[in-house]
Every structure is written in structure tokens, then in C-alpha cells.
Design a protein around this ligand. Sequence first.
Ligand code: HEM
Length: 519
Amino acid sequence: MFLIFLVIVFIIYSVYGVINLHRNYSLTSFTRRIKTTDGTPLDKEVFEVGGIFGSNFELLSMDAEQKFEYFRQNASAFKRNYVQYYLRTPVLNIIDANDAELVLNDPRLLSKGLGYKFLHPFIQTGLLTSDGEKWRSRRRLLLPTFNYNILQQFVDIFKQESLNFVETLNTHFKSEDNNAVILLNKLMPILTLNNICETAMGVHLDDRLDCNEYRQHFAKIEKIFFERTTNPIMIFDFIYFKTRAGKNYLKTMETLHAFSSGIIEKRRKLLSDLEKSSENSSIPNDEDMHYSKQRYVLLDSLLRAEKEGLIDHAGICEEVDTFVIAGSDTTAIGLIFAFMNLSLHPEVQQKCYEEMQEHISDDLSNLDMANLAKLQYFNCVLKESQRLYPTAPYISRECSEDTVFKGNILLPKGTQINIHIYDIHRSAKYYEEPEVFKPERFLPEQRKNHPASAFFPFSAGLRSCIGEKFAMLEMKTLMVLVLKNFILEPITYPDEIRCSIGVALRCSHDIKIKLRRRY
Ligand code: HEM
């Protein structure tokens, strides 16, 4: 009898223990739960996605497009921030603009999310992925290289590269025809990779620095990056790098690193040749002249810092890798969707054309920062395009310690905070007819119709994009050159576009437009 009593007590105790454990831990995810600090139900604050196995297996069988859609469906089903549990990782998904602003302005939440760690073999801990003091000192070092005077000089390069681009577009016309079909996703990345290398790195791409190969390898890396973030088995380096896929990944990385090493080597040589030629006061060759007349670039800041012992060669490599990819892939996506939207909206295109004709002469002699700043409607078009197609559909932070958010939500150390820019930008809570392309919403008199916090394609707060002004100038300059020369007509329509998840916004198929020459 006593034994039966003991067994019953044991069972009750065990059940109680498990219930208590379950309250505090997501047992199948081996992680602590996000909770309120005062014991009120979490559901009052955020939606908690249930399921005995957490969300561990939800993404496993999905392809990149389905994963992208999965987050959109979550946003429209839950309609508020939601919590999920993955293996050893609580995740707070933010789809509320004010809460996104709170996270991005919180000095305790500057560390990047777990996903970025899979980029470390490629860009190590450069500005985008580093944390703490390293990030702070790099940001201090690099910020001045985007000042007004330097950007002003970059505009000349954007202009030259855009002229070259227009020439390339002209080669797509058959002689008897005034119609050319352009694959935006193929052409834009070439232009933007050239631009970042010419401007921030002060290096001209040539056969040695093969841009196509670089892009193909980056696409591979990106695919693997996402497979790894959503597959619990591939998360661990010590398993992953033993697999064949892991070994191939490291090989791909070598090609990418060879590209950035080539850039550094070229700039070092150029600077040393310039130094020598000024010592000998001989007449520098054409290329030297081109660069000496030109500008002080980001890479020079890094090389100078190396001389002062503030950074080593490995540090320079990680920053070059970071800036080459962050400064080219992003603006390429911005341009692809801006041109697609212009092709779909002839009235918007016409307004841009008229604004541009008023401020920029046909010989482009006054195409500079001051006149680009006058193109206010261009700004609206670029912003509206980035609202609908934000280059970074989501960004992520990690709690480096237990953190109380909004006064009442306890986020355990290691919690990932995913901010879904895409969902906020398209939310009916903030925008009237959110799916409709309306650049006018960004005109000064209409801006009050949506909260400022509901638009942040370049992120916000201390870790916002360092290249925002650079990107806007680059995109505007190309728009001027293309609209001066061509009329854009649609081929690809928004309802045909299937976005897929990636480091940045991806689309699995081509985005095309048709061009007609203006003259
Ligand atoms: C349309 C173009 C661009 C968009 C939409 C964009 C967007 C963003 C976003 C959303 C972030 C924050 C990422 C995060 O918190 O995880 C970011 C950071 C960053 N961006 Fe951009 N970017 C663009 C162009 C550029 C360009 C042209 C450069 C370089 C010239 C650049 C360099 C960087 C760097 C280095 C960071 C990390 C900053 C830090 O953590 O201190 N981006 N960008």
C-alpha cells in the first residue's frame, strides 16, 4: 500500500515537474522560453507559435521560395510579433514598426543574429558581422570614407560607369529594330560590382579579377548559407565541414578570397608606383594619373591604418570582402526593382524624365551631387521601390545576455530577434493600399500618412547602412543615364515574381524589361 502511495506521489511530482519545466523551457528545442517578467500570459504581448516540436521541422522540407512565403503567411496569420522555438534558439519575430525601431535603437541589441555567423568563413568579422569594440573601432575608421567630398568624386565614376552601361544596353538592339530585351538581374550586378571596385577600392576590374566568376561563387555561398540556417544538422561547423558539401564550400571561398586579395594587391602596387614616381618626379603613366587625380578611397584608409598598426592584412581582407559584397549586391537589387517599376508605370517614368530634364543637361556637364539632390521625385521612386522590394527582407539581432524588452518581456540570452522589414513595408496597418506602387506617398506633404518607423530599407540606429548615401547616388546616376536614353516598357509583372529567401531579396527567375531608344 505504502509502495503504491509512493509511486503515485512520484508520478504526481514528475508530472508537476515536467509541467513546470515546460512552462520555462521549450523541451523539444532544448531552450529557455521567452516569458513575461511579471508572470502575465505572454500571449498578451506576442503570439507564441505552439507545437510540441517547436518550429524545428517546419522549414526543413521547404525550398527557398516556400521559406520566403512561410514568413509572409506567418505575418498575415498572426498579425503581431510572434515567438518561435528552433533548436536551442528562441526567436522573436518582429512585424510591428514601433517595436522594430525600439530594437534597432537599443544599445544592448547591437550584436548580429546567429545566421550571420554562417557568413564568417566568407567575410569573417568585417563591419557587417563584427560586434563590440571591434565593430565600434572599424565603424569609426570607415565612416569618414563616405563623407561629402569623397562621395562627390564618386559621382564622376558613377557617371562614367553608367555611360559604359548605356553603351552595353545599345549593343542589345538589333540594327533594324528599336526594341531590346534586357535581363536586369544579369546586367545590374556587373555594373554595381564595377562601381564599388572603382570607387571604394580605387581599382579597375580586368580579366584577372573576373567579376562573373565572383558572382557565381557568391550565389553558391548564399544558397548554402540559407540551407545551413534552416537545417539543424548543418548548423554545427564540426559536422558540416566534414561533409563533401562543407569541403566544396571552403573551396568556393578560396575563389572569393582570391578576388579580394587581387583588389588589395592591385591597389598596393598602384600606390607604391605613385610614391616611386613622385620620388623620381618622373611623369606618371596614364593609369597613375587617373588614380592620382582621383580620390582617397576606403581601401586607402585601411592601408594607412595598417601602417599605423590599427589593422592587419587579414583585417583589410575582411573589410574588402564585406564592402565588395555589401556595396554591390544591394544596389543591384535596388536597381533591378526600380527599373522594373519604372517600366510598369509610364506616367511615373514621364514625371522622372521631366524632373531630370529640368535639372540635368543632356551633355551631363552638371551631373553632380548638388543637382542629383534636386531630383526629389527620383527619391520617391527609389523609396517606393525599396518599400515594396526591400533589398534586405529581414535583419537579425542576438541578445548577448538576458534582456528585458519593452519593460515586460524577458528574452533569454541567445534569443534571435528577426525584424521582418518586408512585412512592415507592406503592412496595411501603415500604408494605404500597401501593394500598390505609389511614389507620391514619399512626397513631403504626404509623408505624414505613414509613420517614419515603417520605412527602413537601410535599417536604422547605430548599425544602419554605412553606404546609404553612396547607394542613393549610384542608383540615381544610373537612372538619369538610362532615362535620358531610353523609354522602358514592361515584360515582367509583379504577380509573376516569386521571391526567395537569401542573404538579400532574391527572385528565382529573370526580371526583364524592354527598351526603346528615345532618339
Ligand atoms: C540599396 C542599397 C543598400 C541597401 C538597401 C542596404 C541595406 C543595408 C541594411 C538593411 C543594413 C543593416 C544590416 C543588418 O543590420 O544586418 C546594411 C548594413 C551595411 N551596409 Fe548597406 N545597403 C545598401 C548599400 C550599401 C552600400 C553601397 C554599401 C557600401 C558601399 C553598404 C555597406 C554596408 C555595411 C558595411 C553595413 C554594415 C554596417 C554596420 O553594421 O555598421 N551598403 N545595409
